[in-house]
Design a protein around this ligand. Structure first.
Ligand code: 2AM
Length: 478
């Protein structure tokens, strides 16, 4: 009974998290269903800190100080339920179980409720940063009771990434599924970021005529400005890489069909249920999906496209600058949509989410870490009730400066037949929000015509219906 915390599930993420905990002075009990992994972890990395290997769940639980703290790092879904089912009977009131996997927040809510009935705290913690992050400092998004968070905070803060200002990249996000919910939105935003960078690449390659090497330079320049981010940096690195086998740019050797594990899809599904338009994220999910429809693409490859005029080389440099504006503005829209979704989720599930704090803990460790997130943090610090990030004074000024180039990029892409679903969906969202009047008025009239679905009027209160099939007189419908 000497271990500060237990980790069960010692695949790469679990092992690295256990090592991170041990390296930071915690005594870590480690367990895996297949004990060989436990042994090899201790053999290979035992000198990094204090590990207590356990061969069985009973042994693991017996080695923990009380109240016990146990992190499960197994696959989301049935495996997580199986592991919880195995450990819960061995635990006591006041013990804390943390699920560090990529669980769906609805599962986390259910598990939290079930364990709470037995007096056990359940914390669903989103962890981002991949394998490296788990080892050297991830962004950690824990959801659960305040009491459970208090008992975990020193440990989580010790292993989390540090933001540029030195703050640990973890905070108590909210109760039950709040942590896994914001992790889900994080991943949705990550999809959108990647899609937007992909569109910039596509335009620079096919319209501006740049080589991957030249595009890496452009990305490198952007990465020193307001687009400074981990994803921009690794994109530049990928583009300078040469394929060992063919000697061609590596990016040309990779099959152009993107896969997904499902968190982007979850984000969009949940957004649809909450009624939050996350069109930037949705377009990113659909773009990956469409890229993978090889048969459909082959059947469509003969469809006519525009005759594209080649771009002069001096125009290309100007175009690259415009793309930076389009990318920045579109990114801002995706983030605004993601934050709208977190606000809506917090309201629906009664979570007290500090929207600025979420931005703060994404400044380091996670895949979308970026200088930009400190701006988002500051926007919510200035106005915690901010309706949309787009309305923040600084951001709206930048959108004002970007919008001309943004439109030019979407227009040029369209003329050249280069798909920009991310840029154009973001621009449409922006223009929809700006619009004084929307054709939703006609939609409502159509609905009233064919289905007597009623409408409201601009000039007075009430609900109305027009007798379309009869004398076209108007009647009150409320
Ligand atoms: P294993 O090494 O015994 O397969 C990622 O798959 C991690 O989750 C691995 O450590 C794996 O253990 C563990 N895991 C997957 N399914 C599990 C289950 N049903 N019970 C316990 N551990 C499981």
């Amino acid at each position: 009974t000497s271990a500060d915390i237990g980790v069960t599930g010692l695949a790469v993420m679990g092992s690295n998290l256990a090592r991170n905990l041990a390296r930071n002075g915690n005594t870590v009990a480690v367990h895996n269903r297949t004990p060989a992994k436990t042994r090899s972890l201790v053999e290979d990395f035992g000198d990094e800190g204090a590990f207590v290997p356990a061969e069985s769940p009973q042994e693991l639980v017996a080695s923990l100080k009380r109240p016990r703290r146990l992190i499960t790092m197994v696959k989301a879904g049935e495996a997580t339920d199986a592991v919880i089912g195995e450990f819960a009977p061995l635990l006591e009131e006041g013990d804390v179980v943390v699920d560090g996997g990529n669980a769906h927040f609805a599962d986390t809510r259910r598990r939290e409720r079930e364990l709470r009935e037995r007096g056990i705290h359940f914390v669903g913690a989103g962890i981002s940063g991949g394998e490296e992050g788990a080892l050297r400092g991830p962004s950690i998004m824990p959801g659960g009771s305040a009491e459970a968070y208090a008992s975990l905070a020193p440990m989580l803060e010790s292993i989390a990434a540090e933001a540029p200002d030195g703050a640990p990249c973890t905070t108590h996000v909210g109760t039950d599924g709040a942590g896994h919910f914001v992790k889900m939105v994080h991943n949705g935003i990550e999809y959108a970021d990647m899609q937007l960078i992909g569109e910039a690449f596509h335009l620079l390659r096919d319209v501006a005529g740049y080589t991957p090497e030249q595009i890496a330079d452009v990305f490198g320049t952007w990465n020193r400005g307001r687009l400074d981010s981990y994803l921009m940096e690794i994109s530049a690195q990928v583009l300078t890489h040469t394929d060992a086998e063919t000697g061609a740019p590596f990016v040309d050797a990779v099959a152009d069909s993107a896969e997904q594990k499902g968190t982007g899809r979850w984000t969009v599904q949940t957004a649809l249920e909450l009624g939050v338009p996350v069109s930037g994220i949705a377009e990113a999910v659909f773009a990956r999906s469409l890229s993978g429809h090889g048969v459909l693409r082959a059947a469509s490859s003969g469809l006519p496209g525009p005759r594209a005029e080649a771009m002069e080389s001096d125009a290309a440099g100007r175009f690259a600058d415009q793309i930076e504006q389009a990318l920045y503005a579109s990114k801002l829209v995706s983030y605004a949509q993601g934050w709208h979704m977190m606000r809506a989720g917090a309201q629906e599930y009664d979570w007290d989410i500090d929207l600025g704090a979420v931005a703060a803990i994404w400044r380091g460790g996670c895949i979308i870490r970026a200088a930009f997130l400190d701006r988002v943090r500051a926007a919510y610090a200035a106005d915690p009730g901010l309706t949309t990030l787009l309305a923040d004074e600084g951001f709206s000024r930048e959108l004002g400066r970007a919008q001309g180039d943004w439109r030019a990029v979407v227009a040029t892409a369209t003329r050249h037949g280069v798909p920009v679903p991310g840029f154009s969906a973001a621009l449409s969202y922006y223009d929809t929000l700006r619009a004084g009047r929307l054709p939703a008025a006609l939609t409502q009239a159509q609905r009233d015509f064919f289905g007597a679905h009623t409408y409201r009027r601009v000039d007075r209160e009430g609900v109305f219906h027009t007798r379309w099939g009869g004398d076209r007189g108007e009647e009150r419908a409320d």
